[in-house]
Design a protein around this ligand. Structure first.
Ligand code: ARG
Length: 269
């Protein structure tokens, strides 16, 4: 018998894909010789924004900057908790200028921005769940940054080791359903980290490699609806069995850069 679930209204920050492209390769999904259909990308992105608004969420956007083709992936710009902004320091040289563009938006919106000392890619690797922040490392965000995040917010940060280059950010391998439930793909994690996840979330929804490769774990949930890639069908079925309502949104053009729904979405908490 599925439980009754209640959605909570969210405030999202996004960046229009005006200058989106694949011009370099910093993860295994990216092949600069593959063409991006910019019109299709813009339509897909507009569909996502429309779906958020149709479900009662607030969406604000940062002005895109020419020459920053990955800036559309707003999740990487920061972690925002209780109105405090922990900014980003990108691993790849090509993405470093994005931090300044986002910081400008946050400051204009009335937030102070703390700049990290170690490489840290925002919500790409930092996932607040209930009383913890889950933090990925192995490819991008460093464990030193995890310590900085814990010191800054005073919230327990749990380091998780990512081991599969296709799931280079935590948000490609795990997403939050509610304060004590997550969905994830176990093999994206080291054995010890898998055990940590199993202890913390005995009721987690486990996804297959197919679901994960379809960007099914790069989803956004408001507690009831799950904005999810339409090709992650097995995962969507499992979520429906658990009382969630999958809202399929296709961001296939963004998969060419290694990103999906969650990557395009920064949550302002
Ligand atoms: N091309 C980008 C990169 O490799 C994609 C970022 C995806 N963002 C995310 N939150 N997983 O950095």
């Amino acid at each position: 018998m599925p439980e009754t679930r209640a959605p909570r209204q969210r405030r999202f920050l996004v960046c229009e894909p005006r200058h989106f492209d694949v011009q370099y390769a910093i993860n295994p999904w990216m092949h600069p010789d593959v063409r991006v259909d910019l019109d299709l990308a813009r339509n897909q992105w507009q569909t996502l924004i429309g779906a958020y608004r149709a479900h009662g969420h607030t969406v604000e956007s940062v002005e895109p900057v020419a020459g920053l083709p990955d800036m559309v992936f707003a999740a990487n710009s920061a972690l925002v908790l209780e109105g405090r902004v922990f900014g980003s320091l990108f691993h790849a040289e090509q993405r470093r200028p994005e931090s300044t563009a986002y910081d400008t938006w946050f400051k204009a919106a009335g937030f102070d921005v703390h700049r990290p000392e170690s490489v840290c890619e925002g919500e790409g690797d930092l996932v607040p769940v209930g009383r913890h922040v889950l933090a990925g490392t192995g490819f991008r965000t460093t464990w030193q940054a995890h310590r900085e995040v814990q010191e800054f917010f005073g919230v327990p940060v749990i380091t998780l080791q990512l081991v599969d280059p296709y799931f280079y950010h935590l948000d490609t391998a795990l997403f939050v359903l509610d304060d004590d439930t997550v969905a994830y793909y176990p093999d994206a994690f080291s054995p010890g980290s898998r055990e940590v996840l199993a202890r913390l979330y005995p009721n987690a929804v486990l996804a297959t490699r197919e679901d994960a490769l379809a960007f099914g774990l790069n989803s956004v949930s408001d507690g009831l609806h799950v904005f999810i890639s339409p090709t992650a069908t097995a995962l969507a079925d499992r979520l429906a069995d658990r009382g969630y309502v999958p809202v399929p949104v296709d961001l296939s053009e963004f998969h060419k850069a290694g990103g999906g729904i969650k990557c395009c979405t920064q949550e302002i908490r």
